[in-house]
Design a protein around this ligand. Structure first.
Ligand code: HCA
Ligand code: CU
Length: 401
């Protein structure tokens, strides 16, 4: 369990999100934040793509971060040369092994395997302490025997890690098409051939199952998981970093392993420069991820957060919030009044609730600043006395919903 490592590829796969291109200083800042969280491997880019990415990968690799810094390369000598010139300690090479892709490239499986083995041998000879990952692209939809043969040749040529790529988000937990079965079968087949590489999983989110598939891979013994911030990446993207870390910390015994309280800062940074807002209902990092809204929920959650929370927001640097809108009940309003006035008054709360519901029906929430304006606008009979004096406190109101 403790050997599990997270590989963040926001700076490589994440930049394959249409229109996402982080400037150099932002790429550096993202790498620094990932390092602060304790991410184990940062895939910093594919150096062939642009001169800017090349120099950014170099400067991130020279930063002295705790994380291992990696680059991505096609199975080509020129790609490997460029990546190694950046000074990375990790290199990921990939090559397809499915019959249809090989036919398209007019290549036989054996010549593909020769190329894969050659390029790995070349890279390892140039940099013997390089950590090398080989990915049979679209591993899970390729004939299993092709993936095993290519992986075996890669390991014999010096690959340390074989990545199981669900390149198109095809896998489904719990059945024949599960990452659990795929990773188990691959480990077993390689082990029978005397190969014991580390196994990584790279799960795309086309079916919305990337986090579930990554967990399935971990359960089957994968020790490296690829993720991106906000799940960025080709099409529907990849396993979301924050969602995965929250589950690993809360449910898989990795409570202290990564600094999850730093996640909101990282997500704000990436969202801003990716030009992609964090969806309000995004697990863990969305603005609503820990908000209680409906009266029944709010009242119960105020009594005991566990009634409507299975994840502790403080685990990920957040706190629970009460949203005020047409769904609110007296408990929500009383709680909000307490926080702005230091005490709550039942009659005032009832009047405020009418306003909150009216505003909520126009399709927005009332924040604490607006709540104060509502309070200021309500004239109570004893307004001359300090508000609430001689009035009924809102203690233990029951929900209106
Ligand atoms: C790609 C495809 C890839 C490669 C993964 C890897 C995939 O964008 O080049 O090299 O480990 O999903 O198969 O991201
Ligand atoms: Cu990918």
């Amino acid at each position: 369990m403790n050997s599990l490592r997270i590989l963040d590829t926001t700076l490589r796969e994440g930049e394959q999100t249409p229109s996402v291109c982080f400037p150099g200083h932002v790429r550096t800042a993202i790498a620094d934040e990932l390092d602060r969280i304790g991410i184990d491997i940062i895939e910093a880019g594919h150096p062939v793509v642009t001169q800017e990415i090349r120099s950014s990968v170099s400067s991130i690799a020279q930063r002295g971060l705790n994380a291992t810094i990696g680059a991505h390369a096609r199975s080509l000598e020129t790609d490997v040369d460029l990546a190694l010139e950046c000074g990375v300690g990790f290199l990921g090479v990939f090559y397809c092994v499915s019959d249809w892709r090989l036919n398209h490239l007019d290549r036989s499986l054996s010549s593909a395997i020769d190329r894969i083995a050659w390029v790995i041998d070349y890279a390892k000879n140039r940099r013997p302490n390089l950590v090398l990952r080989y990915t049979p692209e679209d591993t899970v939809r390729s004939p299993f025997s092709n993936a095993v043969s290519a992986a075996e040749a890669a390991v014999q040529a010096g690959a340390d890690i074989i990545s199981v790529a669900d390149t198109t988000g095809h896998m489904i937990p719990g059945g024949e098409r599960s990452m659990y079965d795929m990773v188990s079968r691959l480990r077993e087949a390689l082990s029978q051939r005397g190969c014991e590489p580390e196994i990584a999983v790279h799960c795309h989110n086309d079916r919305g199952l990337a986090v579930a598939n990554a967990l399935d891979g971990i359960r089957a013994g994968a020790s490296i998981v690829d993720v991106t911030v906000l799940g960025l990446g080709e099409r529907a993207g990849l396993t979301d970093l924050a969602s995965l870390l929250a589950v690993l910390a809360a449910d898989f015994g990795y409570g202290e392993r990564w600094q999850l309280a730093q996640l909101p800062k990282l997500y704000r940074l990436v969202s801003r420069y990716a030009g992609i807002p964090i969806p309000a209902n995004q697990p863990v990092t969305g603005s609503n991820a820990f908000s209680h809204c409906a009266g029944v929920h709010t009242q119960a959650a105020l009594a005991n957060p566990l009634h409507y929370q299975s994840l502790d927001p403080s685990l990920v640097g957040r706190s629970a919030e009460i949203a005020l809108d047409h769904m609110s009940g007296l408990a929500s309003v009383c709680h909000a009044l307490e926080s702005i006035e230091g005490r709550s008054d039942l009659e005032l709360a009832q009047q405020v609730l009418v306003e909150v519901k009216r505003i909520g029906q126009s399709g927005r929430t009332v924040d604490l600043d607006e709540l104060q304006l509502i309070v200021n606008s309500i004239e109570l009979p004893e307004q001359s006395a300090p508000r609430g004096l001689g009035r009924t406190e809102c203690a233990s109101v029951s929900s209106t919903r």
